[in-house]
Ligand binder design. Structure first.
Ligand code: SF4
Length: 298
């Protein structure tokens, strides 16, 4: 369930009727993160299971690829927490072991193979980093309000480069990423929007750092392209608010939050609770890892 916490500032571009609730009280802002907005954009039913239904339906078992992603992200956070003189390749096994998440793997052999692969990725990645380099923020929460949203999100890394601020997002999935992925990411655009206001410096560049291939997919936003993404996020928030109001007014929750069947159903944490997902064959918890280990170039 959304937990609005604050009021709009009167900068609302929406019609007054949309901004005023009962008794002329202003609507509260829609509190959101990138994953909350993304969940609804992917599938309104999945959003309902995650954020509306209480108690929430049980989730499926943990995925190994999520364990891998979390392990690598935390190891990189630990790297930047070290003093520069200790940022050496030999520190990485200890950092990775210290943050390793064991859930979801098929067996110890697979887990060991993935650990070695992750260590390779990290060694290659930090070899390209200046040990003296200090990001502006590591797993830094940035927050901003718009006329509709109270947005907050945790950016993997925020860099300061030449008077500007850059958003960096680490990726550990199999697929190589390109500039279109960086350009199309609503999450990155929202981070940039928030970071520009938090740090009071221009923030237009967003980067996806793909650890398995050591590649960087980047996009330089304009003020207009970021504004478009913010506007889309606000539209999503309005749709969610309307769906929740419809339920309160008596609409069948299944109708207010319809299913969106697609390839992602096989990976959905709520597939066992969903009438569509229940028809989709189950995947092994390590199915995403099999793809990682067989990825070309990784
Ligand atoms: S299984 Fe598919 S349709 Fe059902 S909630 Fe998950 S993503 Fe949506």
């Amino acid at each position: 369930m959304r937990r609005p916490t604050s009021s709009p500032t009167g900068r609302a571009p929406a019609p007054r009727s949309e901004q005023l609730g009962f008794a002329g009280m202003p609507e509260r802002l829609f509190v959101c993160t990138p994953s909350k907005l993304g969940a609804y954009a992917d599938c309104p039913r999945r959003y309902r299971y995650s954020y509306v239904d209480r108690p929430a339906p049980p989730k499926g078992p943990p995925w190994a690829h999520n364990s891998l992603g979390a392990s690598v992200h935390t190891a990189l956070r630990s790297w930047f927490a070290l003093p520069p003189e200790r940022r050496v390749r030999e520190a990485l096994p200890g950092l990775l072991k210290g943050t390793w998440v064991r859930e979801g793997y098929r067996d110890d052999d697979q887990e060991r193979a993935v650990y070695r692969r992750a260590l390779d990725w990290l060694e290659s990645y930090v070899a390209g980093l200046d040990p003296e380099f200090e990001p502006l923020g590591v797993e830094r929460v940035v927050a901003v309000k718009t006329a509709v949203l109270a947005f907050n999100g945790r950016a993997d890394r925020i860099d300061a480069r030449g008077g500007e601020v850059v958003i960096v997002d680490y990726k550990t999935g199999r697929t190589g990423l390109d500039a279109d992925d960086a350009r199309g990411s609503q999450a990155l655009a929202l981070y940039a929007y928030a970071a520009e206001r938090v740090f009071r410096k221009p923030c237009r560049r967003v980067e996806l750092h793909h650890l398995p291939t050591g590649t960087v997919a980047a996009h330089d936003h304009t003020e207009a392209s970021i504004a478009r993404q913010v506007s889309r996020a606000e539209d999503t928030a309005r749709d969610i608010i309307e769906a929740e109001k419809a339920i309160a007014a008596g609409t069948d929750p299944d109708e207010a939050f319809p299913t969106t069947p697609g390839p992602m159903c096989g990976w959905c944490d709520f597939k066992r609770s969903c009438p569509v997902g229940a028809e989709v064959p189950n995947k092994d918890q390590w199915a995403g890892i099999d793809r990682t280990l067989t990825a070309p170039g990784s």
